[in-house]
Design a protein around this ligand. Structure first.
Ligand code: SF4
Ligand code: SF4
Ligand code: SF4
Length: 425
């Protein structure tokens, strides 16, 4: 069945079990996603046991639960699958995993771990207000041990640092650049990572957009809600989605596009909000939402992008995040970076396996790092062959990269800002 949250049967456990077994049976015959992620590896291993012998019907609830828990919502299997809607087999593996998780949570309640990890805005406000203390606390070994015991956040996973001034506060103090409206008008959905942890990326977005004659507005907004969805808290995700759509839709009606410098968040606005809210406003916002590099490449396609860059970027190792690949928009960030003279971009399409909050959790940390190892190895090779910059649109992939390579991954928009001479290195 489609992802129909308002249908009573969506929430019925026997219905979910039947649907899981129906889809697992199709996957068993297909096996195309065999090595895509731990969820599929585990599913096929369970189906191949002697007592199951390839019959999905014989899987027990514990099997179904484990496959569900191992899915970190990278969405890669959706595009990989030939049987997605409108095919009559109607296979939407990632949303089936979401449904299965949501039904578990409706029965058992949201875990403390997921409640804490879902409170991105609340933690961000405290973290930025008390930035030096918060940053000390997230690196203090004793405190991390306590956080692991109480909240299940793995003690060794490095966490984003808090900025002492939010992006929103910085934006509120800026005088708008006169004339910055000639090429278009946008609403910036800046994302909570940018707001609380990486305001430099938001500043680069504003500077690059204004340089290109785009007027930028920053409406009221909350976290996109993905951390709630990760924890199976569909109501929490819907609440944030409603608030964001109300705020963004008002600006879309005034003719603004929505631009987003975060792949998970743009994915949420484009692909999940219409499912979560099922209304015209969510669909209209989705249709006008663009990843920031997608938006700038569209501008380039219309001959409106300023390509008078003042300096090259050299050799770049660029990781393309799963949630951009899942948007089917091509290689916009790479293409944008390649417009900069004296720049060579080496593309890596491998997963960092943090995806929302999954890779932060105590129980999945080791597995997450194992899945991320091929990405890290390739980045390391490229770095050793002389790449000066490591770039990713995804701040969470950036955490994994920083953890392993001790090198900060920059958002592509910052490389663009530097190439325009708008940001010092
Ligand atoms: S969404 Fe990603 S993690 Fe989940 S089952 Fe598909 S490929 Fe695996
Ligand atoms: S999700 Fe689709 S492509 Fe992947 S194994 Fe199942 S049926 Fe095959
Ligand atoms: S998904 Fe986006 S908006 Fe949501 S927590 Fe992550 S960065 Fe913030």
């Amino acid at each position: 069945m489609p992802f129909e949250l308002n249908s009573p049967s969506f929430w019925e456990e026997p219905e979910v079990e039947t649907e899981l077994k129906r889809v697992f049976d199709i996957c068993n015959g297909c096996r195309r996603c065999y090595s895509l992620c731990p969820s599929f590896t585990d599913l096929f291993a369970r189906l191949d046991r002697d007592n199951v012998d390839g019959e999905a019907e014989k899987l027990v609830p514990e099997d179904l639960r484990r496959v569900t828990d191992l899915c970190y919502q990278c969405k890669l299997c959706f595009n990989h699958c030939p049987y997605t809607p409108p095919h009559r087999w109607d296979v939407d593996f990632p949303r089936l995993m979401l449904r299965s998780k949501a039904v578990q949570v409706k029965r058992d309640g949201v875990s403390l771990q997921d409640r804490i990890l879902g409170q991105v805005d609340w933690m961000g406000r405290i973290g930025t207000f008390l930035a030096p203390i918060a940053n000390w606390a997230t690196t203090n070994r004793l405190n991390r041990w306590v956080m692991e015991k109480l909240f299940g956040i793995h003690r060794d996973r490095i966490l984003p640092k808090y900025a002492s001034e939010t992006f929103r506060s910085w934006f509120g103090k800026q005088r708008r650049k006169p004339g910055a409206e000639s090429a278009g008008r946008v609403a910036l959905f800046y994302t909570c990572t940018v707001n609380y942890n990486e305001p430099e990326t938001g500043r680069a977005c504003v500077k690059v957009l204004e340089k290109n004659g785009i007027d930028v507005a920053c409406p009221e907004q909350r976290c996109c809600g993905m951390p709630f969805l990760d924890g199976g808290d569909v109501e929490g995700a819907r609440k944030n989605a409603r608030a964001n759509v109300d705020s963004l839709h008002a600006l879309v009606k005034q003719g603004r596009d929505v631009v987003v410098p975060g792949p998970t968040c743009s994915y949420m606005l484009k692909q999940e909000y219409p499912h979560l809210l099922n209304n015209a406003a969510a669909r209209e916002v989705a249709a006008r939402t663009f990843d920031i590099c997608e938006y700038l490449m569209a501008l380039h396609g219309q001959g409106k992008l300023d390509t008078r860059f003042v300096k090259g970027a050299g050799e770049i190792a660029y990781q393309m995040p799963c949630h951009l690949r899942a948007q089917n928009i091509g290689y916009k960030s790479r293409d944008l970076l390649q417009l900069i003279p004296d720049t060579r971009v080496r593309l890596i399409e491998k997963c960092a396996a943090i995806d929302g909050t999954w890779g932060l959790k105590r129980q999945y940390y080791d597995l997450s790092r194992k899945v991320a190892a091929p990405l890290i190895n390739e980045l390391r090779e490229i770095r050793e062959s002389g790449a000066e910059l490591t770039v990713s649109d995804c701040p969470l992939a950036g955490l994994e990269i920083e953890q392993d390579l001790k090198r900060k991954a920059l958002h592509p928009i910052r490389i663009l800002a530097r190439a325009y001479g708008l940001e010092a290195e």
